[in-house]
Design a protein around this ligand. Sequence first.
Ligand code: GRF
Length: 200
Amino acid sequence: FRMAVFASGRGSNFQALVDAQQSGALGGEISILVCDKPQAPVVELAKAANVDVFAFQPKEYASKEDYEREIAAELQQRGVELIVLAGYMRLLSPSFVEFYNGRIINIHPSLLPAFPGKDAIGQALAYGVKMTGVTVHFVDGGMDTGPVIAQKAVEIKDGDTAETLAERIHAVEQKLYSEVVSWFAQGRISLNGRNVTIAL
Ligand code: GRF
């Protein structure tokens, strides 16, 4: 089972997936990292893990469709069956999402539909909720709006700062994402409209 990870930044989720692959828990192989920021730390993590990298500068292309066509070619060459977004800070075009419908997943640091978009952790603190969490969902044409696959709650404690809360959320993310990807690799996830079921 081959997958591609798309990321733009630090890469803690990418690294957790690599670790899960190496321990055998992922049940599949990360065939390529796709990164829209050639200088991002995640690119170095991929090189260290011997994962192929397709890094590009969006500015150097006339349109999103132009670089996405190159990405799609890379994925097809490798027989990629699942696209795992892990901090990829760009919306995919409607045609790309349509083409890979049901085969793109994302992780978001809140209990969606609360706090979509950027800085979900800051949004939750500013709102004053007592509970937030992590969502893994299918990607549709919107921003963090696709069908939910799995969620885990994380309590907000008195005195939490963006940093202390982020640390607990990231720990939960890293565990949950590998687990969900392994369900995919085992063919256990099915999508019917907005309804996602996970076979035992
Ligand atoms: C994670 O919090 C993820 O939920 C969000 O972007 C962040 C990426 O962090 N979509 P990292 O690059 O995996 O460390």
